[in-house]
Structure formats: C-alpha cells, structure tokens
Design a protein around this ligand. Sequence first.
Ligand code: GTP
Ligand code: MG
Length: 454
Amino acid sequence: MSNSVNIDSRSAGNLSQNSTALWSPPSQATTSLCDEINDKAVVVHVFFSQNRNLEDLSEFQQLAESAKVEISQLITTARSVPQAKYFVGEGKAQEIAQAVEIHNANVVLVNHSLTPAQTRNLESICQCRVVDRTGLILDIFAQRARSHEGKLQVELAQLKHLATRLVRRKTGLDQQKGAVGLRGPGETQLETDRRLIKVRIAQLQNRLEKVEKQRNQNRQTRKKADIPTISLVGYTNAGKSTLFNQLTQANVYAADQLFATLDPTLRRLSIQDVGTTILADTVGFIRDLPHDLVSAFKSTLQETTEASLLLHVIDCADPRKLENIAAVNEVLTEIKANEVPLLLIYNKIDQLEDIQPHIEYDEQNKPIAVYLSAQSGDGINLLVDAIRERLKNEILHFRLTLPSQEGKIRHHLYRLNCIRKEEISEQGDFLLEIQIDKVEWLKLIKQFPKLTEK
Ligand SMILES: Nc1nc2c(ncn2[C@@H]2O[C@H](COP(=O)(O)OP(=O)(O)OP(=O)(O)O)[C@@H](O)[C@H]2O)c(=O)[nH]1
Ligand SMILES: [Mg+2]
C-alpha cells in the first residue's frame, strides 16, 4: 500500500521523501530531508514567446536554490504550445534524460504546470523524479513550516495536490482493468489510496479548524480592545520581514531566499495619535501561487483580510516590479482582501539612483505610497507618518437610523463618543448623526454586521 502511494506522491512534486510519507504523524509529515540532502537537479524551462523572459527563468533558479537543490544543468527550449506527451518535444525529453544520466541527477525540475500524464512520461524516460513548479513551491513550504498550524496547512495543500494527480499507472495490475471489469485489482488499489487520502484530508481539516478557532479568538480579543492590525503583504523577497524588524525592533528571519517567512508573526507597534497597533509579517506571494496553498493558508491569510491597513511591500529595483504587483493583487483578490485600505511601500530605493525617501499623495492629499529602504532605515520615519495619516485622518459623517431594539449598538456608539446629534422618530427609532473615524467604523461593522444593512 504505502509503496504505491509513495510512488504517486512523488509525482505530486515533493522533493523530500519525508514530506510524502502520508501516514506518518503530522509533526513529521512536513519535515524535509533537504536540510541534509542536496538534491541534484536538471532544470527545464520552455520559452513560449519570441521575447525570452530570462527573469522568469532566474526566479525559478532562485526557487530551486531556496529548496536547497543543486542545479547540475539548465535546459531551455522554445515552443509555441506544450507537447501533450512530455510537455517538451520528444527529442528534448531525450536530451533531458541524457543530462540526468551524465550528472547523475536525482530530480528534474520543470518551470511549468505538468499534467499527471506528462509527469509520468517524463519520469519514465528520465528514470528519476520529475517535479513541476507547483510541486517545488509546495516543497519549499514543507521545508519552511515550523509551527503546528503551518505544518498542518502544508500537508493539507500537498494532499489536495496529490489527490488530483492520483491516476492509474500504465504498468502493473492497472492494465488488467479492461480484462476484469471496472473494479479490477489495480482500480481497487487506487480507490484505497484515494479513500485514505480523503480520510487524512478530513483529519487535517478537523485539526486546522481547532487551531483556527484559537486564532479567531485572539483576533476577536484584539478587535474588542480596538487594536487595529497593519499587515505586511507583498511578493516574496520584497523585504517585508526586514521592514517588520525595522519598525518593531524584532528579530524575525529575513534572508535572500524565496518564502523565508511562512508563519505570521505579530508585534505591537505604537504610533503617535493612533495608539497601539499590531503589525503582522506574513508569507510572501509569487506568480501562479498554487491554489491549494492559498486555500490551505486561508486562516493565516485572514490576518490580511481583516487588517485595518495593508502595507504592500514592493522591491522597486526588481525589473518585474509591475508584474509582481499584479501577481500580489491577484492573490489579494482571491483571499478577498482587495478592499482593505492599502499603502504601497516602494522598498530598496538604495539600489536605484536618484530616488530619495518620500511620500506620494493622491488628489485628496491622502498618502498612497512611500519610497524607502528597509535595510538602511531611510524613510522609515516617513512610513510611520503615512500610517498615522492613513489610520487617523479618514473621518466619516453620516446619518444612521437604528430600530429601538438596537440599544446595544447605540450604547456602543456613545462609548466611542461619535454621536453628534440624536432624535427619536415617531416609530421609536433612533435617528443619529454620526461622526466617526473610518477605521473605527469598519471595526464596528465587523462587530455588528447589522450596521451594513442600514
Ligand atoms: N538593498 C536592499 N536590500 C533589502 C532591503 N530590504 C530588504 N532587503 C534584502 O532583501 C532580501 C529579502 O528580505 P526579506 O525581508 O527576507 O524579504 P521578505 O519579503 O520577508 O521575503 P519572504 O519572507 O521570503 O517572502 C534580504 O536579503 C534583505 O536583506 C533594502 O531596503 N535594500
Ligand atoms: Mg519574510
């Protein structure tokens, strides 16, 4: 049993054998052997347009290095569309297989999404594991997961990915399928694997729900105490953790590798005129972030969706700056955080000539972007000013009608000292004139969803 699952799970793209041991306890399920073993890889990239995007390739090399893989050879090719059998052409597939043999490599990394069949075909011609881009990203996450919750989330994402790739193999018992009817022995094996994966997925979801409850409770407590959360988001390696350390004098891990941060870290940050806030450092995003990962990380990403302000950190020295911004916006939309107020942080200005730290304002004089260097600290004071303005300055004025039975909400509004005038209608409703900080209002809406019905 474990044999067949292990073979298939390799095609799910896990480099580390341990992380594919489906039935081991969760504490070990995502530990990776890669800390000790250096996989030797042949890296494959296909250019699909005339204009060869070398940055995309170098990012993939960075991903491989971040997974602690040694690159033995890089093979590139150009095609107009993927080939059905191997993704690359037959001749190229043979060239890859030869490179594997020459370098004695034990894995082929392909910078694209492969179908299960393409993975299998390449594996059989190369006689080694084949891992696609999604598999590589999942593997890095497996190596980085430290917290209990992080490990559960990564294992869940791996299993969901695996579940979609668990397909019948061309060899062995499966071939008998036709001969013995629909439920041949091979099919039964496959069904068993599927069932076991389903059971494990349900178990993981159950455990995650419990951890999630605790996280929600903590967030509720912060909400009750009216503490706004500021969440750092951005492309991986943009400098979020470096900025987090600068702002909070913390010492979280920041490094020139992709996905250095996985578990969110929260610290108090005191801002004049705003009071105590919570700053959250979170996992970085990347182009084509596997959907299974986004959904598995839903609860940690919630720090982001429920923040009062997002700081979108951008490496402005990266030639793909605009594409990176678009990729981050895409994930923000996917996790429904695209309507949270946002401040753009153009980081690493020390790497560009002629840019001084400064704040950019919109027509209403609202700060929308800050240019700074998280590493040198230049412009950090401007960032604090901009955060203050963004969290302080948006005052809303409006009228609100509350039915008489909503005394609790009225009481709350009085406590916030935001009722400027009050009348009672003939029906006994409260007619209120409200003046309130936008951040406070957003928090109130979350606490009393009824308010949005008004
Ligand atoms: N030159 C320069 N380098 C910086 C600056 N800020 C961060 N870095 C470097 O960029 C690299 C990535 O920094 P991190 O803070 O780990 O980036 P991150 O966004 O947290 O990355 P992940 O956690 O991997 O998503 C590190 O090598 C930092 O030293 C900066 O202002 N200037
Ligand atoms: Mg980080």
